[in-house]
Ligand binder design. Structure first.
Ligand SMILES: Cc1cc2nc3c(=O)[nH]c(=O)nc-3n(C[C@H](O)[C@H](O)[C@H](O)COP(=O)(O)OP(=O)(O)OC[C@H]3O[C@@H](n4cnc5c(N)ncnc54)[C@H](O)[C@@H]3O)c2cc1C
Length: 214
C-alpha cells in the first residue's frame, strides 16, 4: 500500500523548501522529493547577497541547509528520488517515483529550471565561481571587473547593460557579426562606453587559476 501524505512537494530548491516549510508548519503531513541534492540551483552560489537577514551575505549551500533544517523542525519529511509521473487513482493523486509510489491529496511542483549552457570545457567547474547565468543576481559580485557576456540576443544585451553599472568593462562575445537583439537595445549597448563587442567568435573554454575568478 502506497504511503499517503496530505501534500507532496516535487523539488528541493528554495521554492520547494519554502512550500514545505509553510505547509509543514501549518500542520499538514508533507513529503518533499528531490532527485539530486536538496538545495537546487542556489546551492551552487558561492555567495548570496540578496537574501534578507544576512547582511554579510551567505553561501547558497549554507542558506539552503538552514531552510531545510527550519522546514524539518516543523515536520517536513524529505526523500531522495526522482518523480517520474503523476496520475489520478481513486480520487487521489498518485506520485510515481524511482523509489516507489506515493499518494497525496495535493501536489506542488517546484521543479525549477535549467539554464541553457554553452557546454564548453571549464563551464561547470567555474559555475558559481565566475560563470553565472543571472546578471541581475550576480552583477554586484563583478563590481570593477571585466566581464564577458556570451550571446547577441535581447537577453545578452539586457544583461550587458545591467552589468555595465557594476563592471569596469563588459565584452559581448557573439558568434556572428550582427546582433539579433532589438534595435533599441542595440542602440543603448553601442552607446555605452563600458560595452565592447567581440564579433565572429565562439567560446570554446572557460579558464581560471584559482577556481575563483571573482
Ligand atoms: C550559480 C548560481 C548563483 C545564483 N545566485 C543567486 C543569488 O545570489 N541570488 C538569487 O536571488 N538567485 C540566485 N540564483 C538563482 C536561484 O538559484 C534560483 O532562482 C532558484 O534556485 C530557483 O529556485 P527553485 O526552487 O524555483 O528551482 P531550483 O533551484 O531549480 O530547484 C528545483 C529542484 O527541483 C528538482 N527537481 C526537478 N525535477 C524533479 C523531479 N522530477 N523529481 C525530483 N526533483 C526534481 C531539481 O533537482 C532541483 O533541485 C543563482 C543561480 C545559480 C545557478
Amino acid at each position: 500500500m502506497a504511503k499517503k501524505y496530505q501534500l507532496i512537494v516535487v523539488g528541493g530548491g528554495p521554492a520547494g523548501l519554502t512550500a514545505g516549510l509553510y505547509s509543514a508548519r501549518a500542520g499538514f503531513t508533507v513529503l518533499l522529493i528531490e532527485k539530486e541534492v536538496i538545495g537546487g540551483q542556489i546551492a551552487n552560489a558561492e555567495r548570496v547577497d540578496n537574501y534578507p537577514g544576512f547582511p554579510k551575505g551567505i553561501s547558497g549551500f549554507e542558506l539552503v541547509q538552514l531552510i531545510q533544517q527550519q522546514a524539518m523542525n516543523h515536520g517536513l519529511e524529505t526523500m531522495s528520488g526522482e518523480v517520474t509521473g503523476l496520475t489520478s487513482r481513486y480520487g487521489n493523486n498518485m506520485v510515481i517515483t524511482t523509489e516507489g509510489d506515493f499518494i497525496a491529496q495535493a501536489v506542488i511542483i517546484a521543479g525549477g529550471l535549467q539554464f541553457r549552457k554553452l557546454e564548453v570545457l571549464g563551464e561547470n567547474e567555474f559555475m558559481g565561481r565566475g560563470v553565472s547565468y543571472c546578471a541581475t543576481c550576480d552583477g554586484p559580485l563583478f563590481r570593477d571587473k571585466t566581464v564577458a557576456v556570451i550571446g547577441g540576443g535581447d537577453t545578452a544585451l539586457t544583461d550587458a547593460l545591467s552589468l555595465s553599472k557594476f563592471a569596469s568593462l563588459v565584452k559581448v562575445i557573439h558568434r556572428r557579426n550582427q546582433l539579433r537583439a532589438s534595435k533599441v537595445l542595440q542602440g543603448k549597448a553601442r552607446a555605452d562606453p563600458k560595452i565592447e563587442f567581440i564579433w565572429d567568435s565562439v567560446v570554446t573554454e572557460v579558464k581560471g587559476e584559482k577556481k575563483s575568478p571573482i
